[in-house]
Structures are given as C-alpha cells and as structure tokens.
Design a protein around this ligand. Structure first.
Ligand code: ADP
Ligand code: SF4
Ligand code: MG
Length: 340
C-alpha cells in the first residue's frame, strides 16, 4: 500500500480574527488580527490584563457575542469529529447548535446568568442532552449528571433539585463545568473558571480539570489572569495585549524565556512567597485607548525596551523559538525571568 503523509489540521485555529464593538465614540477594536491554534488534548491559557479582549475573543468562538459586536475579519477553523474542518463563523444557526455542547462548550465568565432562572437545574441538564440526543432517557441523563456533579465535588441531589438562585456563585460555576462536560465535547472554553471559588476549591477544581482532561481527552482554552493557574494547567500560553496576540509559547518556555516585555512584566508581577508586599511589582501605566489607537506597538508607552521603530511600526508576530514560540516585538527579551 502506498504510504501517504497527511498533515492533520489542528483541532482549532483562530486566523487573523478582528472584532469591533459599536460605541458612541466610534468602533472599539476589541480584538485585532488575533491568530493562534489549539491542538488535540492541549490546554491553552489566554492571559492579559482586564480589557485586552480575552472574553470577546472566546465568546466569538461560540458565536455568543453581544449585538454591539461584530467579527470584521478572520476565520475560526474547527476540525470536527468526522475529520472535516469548518469555519465556525460561516455556520448556520442550525449547524452551530449541533456543534455547541456536543463538540465545543463554554463556561462563561458571568456564569451566574448562564442558567434559566425559572427552571430547576435538573431540567437544564435534561434539556441540554435532549436537544442533541433525543433518544437518551431521563434516567440515563440524570445518572450521568449525578456522576459529573460528584466529580466537581457537589451534592448531586441537592443541586439538581435546586433553582439557580438557591445555590452559591461558586456552586453555579462548578455546576456549569459539570454541564459543559455532559456531552463530552472535544474543546472546552473556560472564562476565568475559578474567580467565584475560594482558594482551596480553586486548587481542587484545577487538579480535577487536569485529571478530566486526561480521562476524556478534550482540549481546553482557559482564560485567567492568575499565572499560578497557568503554570499548573496550561500546555501553552497565549498573551494578549490591547486586542492583539503578542506572544504564544509552550508553558515552560513562557515562564523560563518569555520574549515579549509585556509577558515578562506579567511574570514579574506574580507575588512570590519570599517577598513582602512593599516589593510587589506591577507593570507601570495602563493599556491604551482601543477606539483611538496610536500608531506603532501598543505597549510602547509602558515598555522599558522601546526603540524608535516601536513608536512607528506595528511589530508582526514572528517565530522566536522552537515549538511554535512566536512573539510580536521589535526588540524581544533575551534573558530569563529574574527581577530587574
Ligand atoms: N458590550 C460591549 N460594548 C462595548 N465595548 C465592550 C463591550 N464588551 C467589552 N467591551 C470592550 O472591549 C474590550 C475588551 O473587553 P473584554 O473582551 O471583556 O476583555 P477581557 O476579557 O480581556 O477583560 C474592552 O475595552 C471593553 O471595554
Ligand atoms: S515592540 Fe518595542 S515597545 Fe513593543 S514590546 Fe517590543 S520593545 Fe516594547
Ligand atoms: Mg473577561
């Protein structure tokens, strides 16, 4: 038999995606030409300060953007279970409904509002499955729901009989994680998955997600500004700044050799056990205006590495290392992560 070499497309690929919001002051460019990919069983962390476009980009994957937002360019290519690739942005509502929950699911940042307030939680589990697999019996669904709720350390009987307002924010978030796993999707998106959880629960949920990822073999895109979580859960890190992807690197490479000065600033801002609070570092300045952007690199006003060219020309995303390490910077960092 003739030997064929085939390149398999990544599970998910964001290609040059831009997203704008209509505002009274004019279009706000929340995402600008973002590109990155997610491989099979890979956990990708999307990081960056508040307002840099993480939620907008993630929400566009499940086509749940608010009406004021529109994707102005780009593609989102998803390799379906049958091996064919589709551009999520081109799917009809009917095609999209088939993919959501069953192949891609998302736990939103404002998870409180993801439940229907007038339905018991068990009804929401049943409705989600029935919409995709009408043949499944209520008993089968409830059994699986109980199993998943136990996995996320909740009392299934109590949660399933409750209305959303009867359980705490942290419990709702864990219930949504269980719900997102219900149809065993191949890509799960979690937006700030641990914000409503106390530290101990955060730690447990992270361990659990790691185990579940191994057990079910799904890929993860998770958004966080907690780099501790990134180091525990991510295989790769994507740094966003002012709507742009400015660096993408395998996790060890990201922490040991960050090349973008902004990534390095985020790493230096991690509180260390050996520091007292007066030594805490934070990146000086604040992100730029996303409506009226200045030319050149958006990080220039805050960057200690800035050279003349930075203020004039936008740096393209270029290869800076192995395993897909890319960085958009005219004067990338060379050294390690020691404090300067
Ligand atoms: N509904 C909206 N209307 C107008 N601007 C918005 C809306 N939602 C978000 N934005 C703006 O888009 C930018 C990116 O926001 P967001 O995606 O929420 O960032 P992040 O998740 O990184 O904090 C911010 O400047 C924010 O103010
Ligand atoms: S391009 Fe210039 S200003 Fe922008 S991050 Fe790199 S060195 Fe700093
Ligand atoms: Mg957000």
């Amino acid at each position: 038999m003739e030997h064929q070499t085939q390149t398999i497309a990544p599970l998910f690929q964001v290609e040059n995606v831009s997203i704008a919001y209509k505002t009274k002051r004019g279009p706000l460019q929340a995402v600008k030409g973002a590109s990155f990919s997610i491989g099979d069983q890979e956990a990708v962390a999307l990081i960056g300060e508040s307002g840099c476009g993480k939620t907008t980009l993630a929400t566009s994957i499940v086509r749940a953007l608010p009406n004021a937002a529109s994707v102005t360019e780009g593609k989102m290519l998803f390799r379906q279970a049958d091996g064919t690739c589709c551009n999520i942005l081109d799917l009809s509502q009917k095609e999209l409904r088939k993919i959501l929950w069953e192949q891609i699911s998302m736990v939103f940042q404002a998870s409180q509002s993801s439940f229907n307030p007038v339905k018991r939680i068990k009804t929401q589990f049943i409705d989600t499955v029935k919409a995709h697999k009408p043949g499944k019996s209520r008993e089968e669904i409830m059994e699986r729901a109980r199993e998943l709720l136990r996995i996320v350390m909740l009392d299934p009987d109590k949660v399933l009989e409750s209305y959303p307002h009867e359980i705490s924010g942290g419990m709702k978030q864990r219930t949504l994680i269980a719900l997102s796993l219900l149809l065993e999707p191949r890509l799960i998106i979690l937006d700030e998955p641990t914000t409503a959880l106390d530290l101990l629960t955060q730690e447990k949920i992270l361990k659990l997600l790691n185990e579940l990822k191994k057990q079910f073999g799904f890929s993860l895109l998770f958004i966080t500004h907690d780099l501790g979580i990134v180091s525990e859960l991510a295989d790769s890190v994507v740094t966003m700044y002012a709507g742009r992807v400015v660096e993408r690197a395998p996790v060890a490479e990201f922490f040991n050799h960050p090349r973008h000065p902004y990534s390095k600033g985020l790493i230096n801002a991690i509180p260390r056990l050996t520091m007292d609070s007066s030594e805490l570092y934070s990146i000086p300045g604040s992100p730029p205006d996303m409506i009226d952007a200045a030319p050149g690199c958006p990080f220039a006003p805050r960057c200690g590495h800035c050279v003349q060219k930075c203020r004039e020309e936008m740096p393209p995303l270029e290869c800076v290392g192995e395993d897909g390490h890319v960085c958009a910077c005219w004067n990338p960092m060379m050294g390690g992560t020691e404090h300067e």
